[in-house]
Design a binder for this molecule. Structure first.
Ligand code: 16G
Ligand code: MG
Length: 545
């Protein structure tokens, strides 16, 4: 076939370095940008084949999210805007690692296995973040698409969730919104303005938000969006990329892991602040109090605020819909306790990685999912959306139910249901705080986080650690879980688990306990157990204090 000749010719322009093997990580390939040109070309091929298979538009996003500027990566987006189905991750790995001369065979294998009709049209949307390597890498994706005769649309600089949104809009023939950045701003900002319009006497302070854009794409896009907010939200934008380096001592990941404010931002006591990550699919909130103490409001706090708000509205609307919160093992024990025992909402725990949370959330009428690191969104089932819509249009219901239904409808519209979205989450949180007349301090006191610590341990081969029970227990190596259980018993309100990272060559250790000293000590002791029982390399982990 003519296409295949073209591929041979073009793939030679994107050669694979001999011997290089890359694994598909939690959400795609990610490594130093210099090693990724052939991966991008090949993911262009794969997206085209996937588009033929699904008879729908597929997305390819070039980004390495919260990782350093020198890295890059690629995420594939399926027709409804969700992450590519896990069945195809194996195809991605095969294609990525095929030697140059075996590329056509690897591609043909996928085509055969998936029974692809090669005469089917293909359509691929491509986006990129602000990394200096992203321009040529996204061009490599586009080359891959055209090598297989696919159509492509290059959205240029967009956030990851914006690209997910575009794909969903396109494949639902505009029902989800218009597949342009302008359409994105219009949809989400209008919903925000509708939600907040009856919040009487919102002061200027309440309308003001301090934002750390991680020197990335989120900053550019917030600036573009600003006029659509009609001063109902006034954002002072820091780390906008004009001087600082991407994700360097700033951004959601830095703030969450370091548990301190980003550099480059002057924070006034009590002021509401938030940080995006490098591709704007994560957000965390924080403030410093009058004594200068830093308070972090992470994904768990957002899930709690959002689910409380939604549950109250569902009750007021008299709608009997099943709501659940989906978390991972990293969720602070206090948040789980509060949700289950005070809020009486169903909580489910699943493996780390958006794709896992997303799927569990789809099982409910209203599924609120958040990772503690700030990635999350809310999914509404079709039936739930319809019931809310009907009630909002019903002329025979009392004012209270009607008002709740209208708020629910606008809440659905302010949420990007395709994937966690820092911009959309920010608008949702800002709207809820406005509606409830709540300050960030009041939000923070809903429950108190248990002190916690995360550490990394280097081991020879992290695959020796196998986990179960949503990563909360280690099955191998022998004796590790028993050792952890014995250490945990020494502390109060303690919990700890270890898991191999899906994105870095390390084992991650998490511990929480009643005091910071205890959490730190426990995390250190568990690190030592990992080091000794799972083949630690380098120096033994040292105590934190
Ligand atoms: C990826 C995941 C994120 C997860 C993180 C865990 C997506 C879009 N991103 O960044 O959800 O928290 O990996 O990393 O799925 P780790 O396995 O290195 O701890
Ligand atoms: Mg990200």
């Amino acid at each position: 076939m003519a296409e295949f000749q073209e591929i041979s010719k073009l793939s030679a322009l994107h050669p694979k370095p001999a011997g290089l093997v890359l694994q598909y990580g939690t959400s795609g390939f990610r490594t130093n940008a210099k090693q990724l040109d052939h991966i991008m070309f090949r993911m262009g091929l794969l997206a085209t084949v996937r588009s033929k298979k699904t008879k729908a538009t597929i997305g390819v996003m070039v980004t390495a999210s919260h990782n350093p500027e020198e890295d890059n990566g690629v995420k594939l987006v399926d027709p409804m805007g969700e992450m590519v189905t896990q069945d195809w991750e194996e195809h991605a790995t095969q294609l990525a690692n095929a030697d140059q001369e075996d590329l056509l065979t690897a591609l043909k294998n996928i085509i055969e296995k998936e029974a692809i009709n090669m005469s089917q049209e293909a359509n691929v949307f491509v986006g990129k973040d602000t990394r200096s390597s992203s321009a040529s890498l996204s061009q490599a994706v586009l080359d891959g698409v055209s090598a297989l005769g696919g159509h492509s649309k290059d959205y240029g600089l967009v956030t990851t969730p914006q690209l997910h949104y575009m794909v969903c809009c396109q494949n639902t023939q505009g029902k989800y919104g218009e597949a342009t950045v302008e359409g994105y701003y219009t949809k989400f900002c209008q919903a925000f303005i509708q939600l907040t319009k009856n919040t009487s006497n919102r002061t200027d302070d309440q309308k003001h938000l301090c934002l750390d854009g991680a020197n990335g794409i989120g900053a550019l896009k917030v600036r573009e969006m600003e006029s659509h907010l009609k001063k109902e939200l006034q954002i002072s934008l820091n780390n906008d990329g004009s001087k600082g380096r991407l994700n360097h001592q700033c951004g959601a990941d830095y703030v969450k892991v370091q548990q301190k404010p980003p550099t480059g931002v002057k924070i006034n006591p009590g002021e509401r602040c938030c940080s995006f990550d490098g591709d704007a699919d994560r957000i965390v909130y924080y403030y410093t109090d009058s004594e200068g103490t830093f308070h972090l409001l992470d994904g768990d706090k957002m899930a709690t605020l959002i689910s409380t708000f939604l549950k109250e509205l569902l009750t007021q609307a008299g709608l009997n819909l099943k709501i659940a919160v989906v978390q991972t093992a990293y969720a602070n024990g206090s948040s789980t306790h509060y949700l289950e025992n005070t809020m009486k909402v169903l909580v489910r725990c699943t493996k780390t990685g958006v794709k896992h949370l997303h799927h569990v959330a789809q099982e409910f009428d209203v599924g609120v999912y958040f990772e503690a690191n700030g990635h999350g969104t809310v999914l509404f089932s079709k039936a739930a959306e319809e019931k809310i819509q009907q009630l909002a249009e019903d002329t025979n219901v009392n004012d209270e139910r009607k008002k709740a239904a209208l708020l629910l409808r606008n809440t659905i519209n302010v949420i990007n249901q395709t994937v966690g979205d820092a911009i959309s989450d920010m608008l949702l949180i800002e709207a809820i705080l406005a509606i409830k007349g709540m300050t960030i301090q009041q939000w923070d006191t809903i429950y108190t986080d248990l002190p916690n610590r995360q550490l990394k341990v280097k081991v020879d081969d992290r695959r020796v650690i196998d986990t179960t029970d949503a990563e909360r227990r280690a099955v191998t190596p022998a004796g590790l879980q028993e050792a952890i259980d014995n250490l945990v018993k020494k502390y109060r309100q303690a919990r700890s688990f270890v898991r191999p990272s899906g994105t870095e060559d390390v084992v991650r250790v998490y511990a929480e306990a009643d005091t910071q000293e205890s959490a730190d000590a426990l995390a250190h002791e568990v690190s030592l157990a990992v080091y000794r029982l799972a083949g630690g390399v380098g120096d033994e982990p040292k105590p934190l204090h």
